[in-house]
Ligand binder design. Structure first.
Ligand code: SF4
Length: 358
């Protein structure tokens, strides 16, 4: 029987102690074995939480393992060179996270490792969610968290059809009221795990959910309607031109200036597309030589869809406005992922082996 739609705002939804116990028991039996769950080291948990922002768990695992091998302690990270740190991070995207992690490690070296939420909030790059996640998971502090998974679980459990900031605030209130204070880290992870593996955005596995009997969306046949979908984001299409200069087996690159996407990393000369066959800005930067179109690389970041026209320039001489590297050195250089794909395209066309970042 189809039930009448619940009146959302009148609902006072909470998980009782018994239901909370059921969720924790489910988590104890079903949680994924992730490497950062085998440690209580706040630094290791901190690294995992920063990497997991906007990035899938399966992508993060090898990066986290490589990072912890290279920088096993906060001291080793704090004393590292930024280029080496970016090099380990490259491919994960959103490079500001990496820089802030490095800045945060230096802050911790000066001020000591925080022991509570307020302390973590003083660390560069650590916001409300991350501070609470680290403090609860690694240090047992009774602090709730709300990420996208928890927000979705809350919206369905409570049948809350609000959007955006209103839903987010309601989810935080609910998380505060329902925190299982004797196991805060496990409780937070259980809710996030439920959202990631059972209460998924599409086709949630309600039959396997420990909270099925308490879920308003399930009881009112509104699982597919919650959370309410926001209006679609407008897609912004961009087009850019990249030249790949090569001279006697070496490639010409420049360091991306401060204030631009991927600042501090290295790229082949790139400009926003202009209606010139040989844009004067690129010609002045790269110097004379024979130019050949190589292909188009497509890249998406947030709402931007970027088409990058790639041309290959056999240079007459080395431009002194660029830095020159052979392919072995390029493998160690921090480069944004679209630039890595451009390099791969060119190496394939030249019949040279592609080199993975070291
Ligand atoms: S019953 Fe279904 S919709 Fe409700 S919390 Fe569980 S998985 Fe999510």
């Amino acid at each position: 029987m189809r039930l009448r739609r619940a009146t959302t705002l009148s609902l006072k939804f909470s998980i009782s102690g018994k239901d909370g116990g059921a969720l924790l028991a489910w988590y104890d039996q079903n949680r994924r074995e992730l490497p950062w769950r085998k440690t209580q080291d706040p630094y290791a948990v901190w690294v995992s939480e920063i990497m997991l922002q906007q990035t899938q768990v399966s992508t993060v695992v090898p990066y986290w393992e490589r990072w912890m091998q290279t920088f096993p302690t906060v001291e080793s990270l704090a004393s590292a060179d930024e280029q080496d740190v970016l090099s380990i991070w490259q491919g994960l995207g959103y490079y500001r996270r990496c820089r802030m992690l490095l800045a945060g490690s230096r802050w911790v070296l000066d001020h000591g490792m925080p022991i509570d939420v307020e302390g973590w909030l003083c660390v560069p790059g650590v916001g409300q969610y991350t501070a609470r996640a680290i403090a609860s998971i690694a240090q047992g502090v009774a602090a709730p968290v709300v990420d996208g998974n928890v927000e979705r679980v809350y919206a369905r459990l409570a049948g809350d059809d609000r959007l955006g900031k209103e839903l987010h605030a309601a989810a935080w209130d609910w998380a505060h009221q329902n925190l299982f204070a004797s196991r805060p880290g496990d409780w937070n992870q259980a809710l996030m795990e439920l959202g990631a593996t059972v209460c998924t955005p599409n086709r949630p596995a309600c039959g396997s959910c420990p909270l099925e009997d308490r879920c308003v969306a399930r009881q009112s046949w509104r699982v597919d309607d919650l959370p309410t979908k926001p209006p679609k984001m407008r897609v912004v299409k961009l087009r850019q031109s990249v030249w790949v200069p090569i001279h006697q087996g070496q490639f010409g690159l420049r360091q991306i200036p401060a204030g631009q996407w991927w600042e501090g990393m290295w790229e082949f000369p790139r400009i926003d597309w202009v209606a010139e066959t040989e844009p004067s800005e690129l010609r002045e930067l790269c110097g004379g030589g024979w130019l050949e179109y190589s292909g188009t690389v497509r890249h998406s970041v947030t709402c931007h869809r970027i088409a990058i026209d790639v041309s290959f320039l056999r240079c007459d001489d080395r431009s002194d406005r660029l830095h020159w590297y052979d392919t072995a050195s390029l493998a160690k250089l921090p480069m944004p992922s679209p630039q890595r794909r451009i390099l791969k395209l060119i190496l394939n066309q030249l019949g040279l082996p592609t080199t993975d970042p070291s």
